[in-house]
Design a protein around this ligand. Structure first.
Ligand SMILES: [Zn+2]
Length: 199
């Protein structure tokens, strides 16, 4: 949505890793197994992939979705950006309750081919799980088991939570209530990005 609205390239570690898996690279296959178990992929692996992506796509602004997730990732990113003579304009923090996370994960469908994500509650897709953009098959993601959720929440509390302080100190942290519907959240994110995009 952000790319469509602002013409800014967006990526996430998940998108990069899914692509590696589809290409059948050793890295892609190895990390797919880790994600299946609910483990986080090592920081240096993620950082290297993000760095490669930045060199290819990040020349005129970029948005990361779900990165950085740990303090070492954030510190590495700061060094990479210094090397590129740029810096982050904002770190958007989506505040989401555990209940919301649980509800969303158990009802999520994703296109195998292009990554489009929707909900099983969406009547449009209940009987015909086909992607509206590329006709790919919509499936529940295999790392979406609620069993995996506990591991994720633990990782989140110990590893991701400290980033609020890290970006707070840099005065770029912007918190948004993520327990609302997609449009309300997107409107808030858009406002923050509009503030930062040169007219
Ligand atoms: Zn698709």
């Amino acid at each position: 949505m952000i790319t469509r609205q602002f013409g800014i390239p967006v990526t996430s570690p998940g998108a990069i890793l899914r692509r590696e898996k589809d290409l059948g690279t050793p890295l892609g296959l190895e990390t797919a197994e880790m994600l299946q178990r609910g483990d986080l992929v090592q920081d240096n692996t993620i950082v290297k992939l993000i760095e490669d992506w930045l060199h290819l796509h990040g020349g005129y602004g970029f948005v990361f979705d779900g990165f950085p997730r740990t303090l070492p990732q954030a510190e590495s990113l700061a060094l990479i950006l210094t090397g590129l003579k740029t810096s982050l304009d904002a770190a958007i923090w989506l505040d989401v309750s555990e209940e919301t996370v649980r509800a969303r994960i158990s009802g999520r469908l994703q296109c195998r081919t292009c990554g489009f994500t929707t909900s099983v509650d969406s009547a449009q897709f209940a009987n015909r799980p086909i992607c509206p953009y590329c006709e790919g098959r919509l499936e529940r993601r295999s790392d979406d088991d609620l069993g995996v959720l506990q591991t994720r929440l633990r990782e989140y509390n110990t590893k991701t939570q400290p980033l609020a302080e890290f970006y707070g100190k840099m005065s770029i942290l912007r918190k948004i209530d993520g327990n609302r519907d997609r449009d309300a959240v997107f409107a808030d994110i858009s406002r923050i990005i509009e503030d930062k995009v040169p007219a």
